[in-house]
Design a protein around this ligand. Structure first.
Ligand SMILES: [Zn+2]
Length: 297
């Protein structure tokens, strides 16, 4: 796990084990807040040890930016904390969390240590403010990658924890491309020093505009690709051929998962625009793209 200090009492963590997923912590004089947890118990426990043993603080709150397993399943390692999230995040974890966890345990026994914690404190339309020492954390909806995604702004430092609304490769499976476009526009107007994306490295002030433009260009490119595919009898054949690099993004992003996530995006966008699963030529092998597990991204 990587650890970095972004501003006074504001920390960033990045997984070495899965998809460069990130987390954060804000330390106050008497207690700390954790923003997201990492994909496997071992790394979340490293975050806890850092806060409890090195900073010598208890964790009073855990904020889940959204319900995906790699961001939210570590809440159980902070049993004395109040967990905060969007109301839809609580709904997802309360309804689908347990069955996803049972599946995950079959793949990786490390998940036997995990318990799903449906968030205790939730909000939806508006925003929520949490004060930690001299820092003000404002939480607000930032949908796109999924309906329940929220952003957390550390107002004094202009640092935004964006959840999966900000990623080296935008991801819209289970979310909505128009919502994501709007969230990117909103972020571009916030006057930020740093952004912590849901996956990948910290984005610095001078890089933010370019990063947003690149992501908007990618979203336009996949819209175009999906429209082109829709003109064919078997759109899936075309979608399978359109690579991530053709849409302007490198395949090495997100720990090498970019190509796979890109193909899921294309199929999900097709479904969003046309209300049906893209047809594959019956002569081709079905690659089973719809069997993916959206929980773990
Ligand atoms: Zn994610």
């Amino acid at each position: 796990m990587q650890r970095e200090r972004i501003a006074d009492n504001v920390f960033y963590f990045q997984s070495d084990l899965y998809a460069q997923v990130t987390a954060g912590a804000i330390a106050g004089p008497n207690w700390a807040v954790v923003i997201d947890t990492l994909a496997v118990p071992e790394e979340t426990i490293q975050i806890r040890d850092f806060i409890e043993q090195e900073l010598n603080l208890p964790v009073r709150y855990v904020i889940n930016t959204h319900y995906h397993a790699d961001h939210s399943w570590g809440s159980c390692f902070f049993p004395n904390a109040t967990v905060i999230a969007h109301t839809l995040c609580r709904n997802k974890l309360a309804t689908q969390g347990q069955s996803s966890l049972i599946e995950a345990r079959k793949q990786n026994p490390a998940f036997r240590r995990v318990r799903i914690v449906p968030p205790h404190l939730t909000f939806d339309e508006s925003y929520l403010i949490l004060r930690v020492g001299k820092k003000t954390l404002s939480m607000f909806p930032l949908p796109g990658p999924c309906d329940d995604n929220i952003g957390i702004l550390v107002e004094e430092d202009r640092v935004l924890f964006a959840g999966d609304a900000f990623m080296p490769l935008p991801y819209i499976v289970g979310g909505n491309i128009d919502d994501l476009t709007n969230s990117l526009k909103k972020i571009s107007k916030m006057g930020l020093e740093n952004i912590v994306p849901g996956h990948g490295d910290i984005v610095l002030r001078g890089e933010i505009d370019g990063y947003i433009k690149d992501n908007q260009a990618y979203l336009s490119a996949i819209r175009k690709a999906v429209r082109k595919a829709a003109r064919r009898k078997y759109p899936m054949d075309i979608l399978n051929e359109i690579g991530v690099e053709e849409c302007g993004k490198s395949r090495v992003l997100i720990g090498g998962l970019a190509s796979e996530l890109h193909h899921r995006n294309l199929k999900a966008l097709y479904f969003q625009l046309y209300g049906e699963v893209p047809k594959l030529n019956p002569g081709d092998d079905d690659e089973d793209y719809w069997e993916d597990d959206e929980e773990v991204d």
